[in-house]
Design a protein around this ligand. Sequence first.
Ligand code: TEU
Ligand code: CA
Length: 557
Amino acid sequence: PDTAPWWRRATVYHVYPRSFADANGDGIGDLPGLIDKLDYLADLGVDALWISPFFTSPQRDFGYDIADYDAIAPEYGTLDDALRLFREAHARGLKVVLDLVLNHTSDEHPWFRASRDPSGPHRDHYLWRPGKRPGPPPRGTPPNNWKAMTGGSGWQHDPTTDTWYWASFLPFQPDLNYRNPDVRAAMLDVAARWLDRGADGFRLDIFNALYKDEAFRDNPFSFRPLPSERTPDGFFQRRLHTSDLPETLTFARDLRAVCDRFPGDRFLVGEVFGSPARLRSYLGPSNAPGLHAVFLFKTLRTRAAAPALRHLLQELERDFPAPHLPTWVLGNHDQIRILDRLDGDERRMRLLATLQLTARALPFIYYGEELGLRGPHIPLAEALDPLAARYRWAPETAARLLTRAGITLNRDVSRAPMPWTAAPGAGFSPLHVTPWRPLHPDHPRVNVATLDADPTSLLWHYRRLLRLRRARPALSLGTLTLLDARPHEDALLGYRRQHGTDTLDIWLNTSDRPHRVYLDGPRRPLFTTHGTGDEPQLLASRDIELRPWEAVILDAS
Ligand code: TEU
Ligand code: CA
């Protein structure tokens, strides 16, 4: 019997609710729209949804600026809709993971409004400090040298009181003060209430920023910041006092304890950045567990070439050995879409998707990835993303270069409406209304209905892989060992997944040439990127020839 918690066998589908499906025709995706599409998601073969924030918010960062953690933004629906979403998802065997933004609230949250009053009871809910030199900038100076994740000083001046508040991300997202026990308790209660309402877990937004140095000491300057510490404006510093404080791990354990009070393996995945050791630390030791998983963003920067992929698998096995489970992300709402990163090369995309869904990892599929959705062209100057607004002055070429380096300035591009049909408007809204952001011009070709009708499509590639993943426990629970790809290790990647008597071999050819793989025993091909799944099974022989850019899954049980 399979006693593993659900998330060990799950594939998670990431929904950006504003862009998924619009039920009431205002051009904005909503919860009733998402509920209408649950059959599609269940049929796709995913096991859980992670939904970007849908709580009450001025939407300046599209929900990552929350003004009420217990209410649903009216454009997305009502609390009843959220409860119905949980029920309908659960009825289809789908878990629902919410996006919990603990680090900061909106500056329109009642706590923050109240905290502007230095003598008010909520003053200490946020990080208010006097400046180093009094007065408004540029003469007055902030309390210390800390930089925001988005570049520039993260201190924001309040002219009425001549004090500064700290904001790790954007100025309208003031950081909460987790050294205040009232804040800790209140935010743990937010989590408990959503778990009680039926949420199966949380994705934790910029979790590593929760605690800041108690003494507000300056961060050290660095000419060589870690990749995760690079900001778009070039002000480099080490986030020694603004990130990854030990207190954050203690909080992770407290949050885990809240989850563990509820039945059904409630799940926590952290958005954290940094070295593997640092990331792993959030999982805690087995006798004092923290988060269940952390995102590993290196999976979305790897090129589709056998040597790099082999190296990545080796790293993941070394850094996150069982019982840890690495995660595998190819894209999210902050990053350029995978197919754009691959310059539209769907062959590479299929190989990466095969790897993502057959490696020893918890995969996260960003909505539209299964269609090969690409980002429409949106000039920086027309972006609604507040991050893009900050860099509106940047020339397009600079923005493109930064994107290549892994810093996406215009996140609108990867948040295009989901194309459902070939009709004008792509079936995103019921009527022919203009969606909140432009559809990709390819939508008459790249949409659910059209790809559903084509058994060779990328959508069917995902469906077939997800079905196999469900049918074969080795693909989720199994160990991973690399297979010997010599003498073609530059072109071929092979690995074995094994769980009990269930054994599968996966081979990828990341080259333009055919390559032969020698097998050490009889194998039955179960899957190939180059087929539809209903062709007669090939007979086992001592070797198999992989066509250019082909991936195969062989039964080695
Ligand atoms: O993102 C945090 C973050 O630092 C990056 O993902 C960043 O947006 C990216 O590097 C820019 O290229 C989280 C959310 O995922 C993001 O959508 C929010 O805007 C942000 O936190 C603030 O809540
Ligand atoms: Ca709507």
